[in-house]
Ligand binder design. Structure first.
Ligand code: NAD
Length: 322
């Protein structure tokens, strides 16, 4: 039986990844500073603790040998958290410390294979000033110029993990996720991403009411459903290819149209009220040429399918909270 250590398993993607690894027959030790919020973990063991503490990191890697480490823990949130500037110091400090600790831990405990989750936020802001840019290619990362400290930390950690690969022979695989969404993710409280925020606002709003949209709503993104993200992670880990590689969709949509999609599911007509708020870049899409070439696969599921599932789940959560 293969063994995996999953860091960040109390979170959205890590929580889903544990289910996927269990389905594939892994023995999983899961770690996070918080328990999963929306459903039980599927892990064999769930250890609560702070990955900023190197002693704790040493403890979670002890007692058994791990074939693979999945490092997804990060101080993280949607635009309201990442782009306001108010959390820059803690985001950089917390996430960099976790990565430094876990890289050292993988080295000392001879965990030979590692997955690290980077982000589309590493790409230069100058390439994302229009709503419709060509997709971002992996080679666009340099010369570097991310628009957030969150992105700079991811870029640092990519380089740090690859340094451990070069000098200590760890087989490190890195993906740059582009806006992953789906059920069992944060949908309120300020750290939620646009798909969850749109679903929540529409679910909470009466027919004929009004919801706030940050900016003019014509900013664009691509959004990838969680199942395809997991497929990409597993294919990358089973391949010789180390990345960094985009795991994202190339189906571009504006935030106004994303809200419109949620309204269709709800069968409601809702007015959009455009207000100022943290926006991030104007337009961002994933170029999937490299993943297709290296993994002979790329995400293909239409956005509307994943959004429908997500809307149903969030509408159910909203109803429970009334
Ligand atoms: P998430 O916030 O749901 O999960 C991250 C988890 O890390 C959380 O459960 C959090 O409690 C945990 N964590 C934070 N600090 C910790 C600490 N000190 N000790 C232990 N655990 C700690 O986020 P997610 O959406 O599941 O993202 C997972 C990874 O993918 C992150 O590294 C994120 O930066 C990256 N990523 C996500 C997206 C996306 O769209 N969701 C896009 C790009 C990159």
């Amino acid at each position: 039986m293969k063994t995996a250590l999953v860091c960040g398993a109390g979170g959205f993607i890590g929580g889903h990844l544990v289910y996927r690894l269990k389905k594939e027959g892994y023995r999983v030790r899961a770690v996070d500073i918080k328990s999963p919020e929306f459903r039980e973990t599927a892990a064999d063991e769930f250890i609560l603790g702070d990955l900023r503490d190197p002693v704790f990191c040493d403890r979670i890697a002890s007692g058994m040998h791990f074939d693979e480490l999945y490092q997804l823990a990060a101080d993280m949130g949607g635009a309201g958290y990442i782009f306001s500037g108010e959390h820059d110091a803690i985001v950089m400090h917390n996430s960099a410390t976790i990565n430094l600790n876990m890289a050292e831990c993988a080295h000392r405990h001879h965990i030979d294979k590692v997955f690290y989750s980077s982000s589309a936020c590493i790409y230069p802001e100058t390439l994302q000033r229009e709503a419709f840019n060509g997709g971002l290619k992996e080679s666009d990362a340099y010369p570097a110029g991310p628009d957030s400290e969150y992105g700079w930390e991811k870029l640092f950690s990519e380089r740090m993990w690859f340094s451990y690969a070069r000098n200590y022979g760890i087989d490190v695989h890195i993906a740059r996720f582009h806006n992953i969404f789906g059920p069992y993710g944060t949908w309120q409280g300020g750290r939620e991403k646009a798909p969850a925020a749109m679903c929540r606002k529409v679910a909470e709003c009466p027919d004929g009411g009004t919801i706030d949209i940050w900016g003019d709503g014509e900013q664009t993104r691509t959004f990838l459903y969680i199942d395809e993200c997991l497929e990409g992670i597993r294919r990358l880990m089973q391949s010789e290819f180390t990345g960094p590689v985009n795991i994202g969709s190339d189906e571009l949509i504006s935030i106004n149209n994303l809200a419109g999609m949620a309204m269709e599911f709800a069968g409601k007509k809702i007015h959009l009220h455009h207000v100022s708020g943290p926006l991030g870049v104007r337009g961002r899409s994933s170029d999937n040429t490299l993943i297709r070439k290296k993994l002979n696969w790329s995400p293909s599921r239409p956005l509307i399918e994943g959004m429908r599932v997500t809307y149903e789940w969030i509408a159910g959560e909203v109803a429970k909270n009334v």
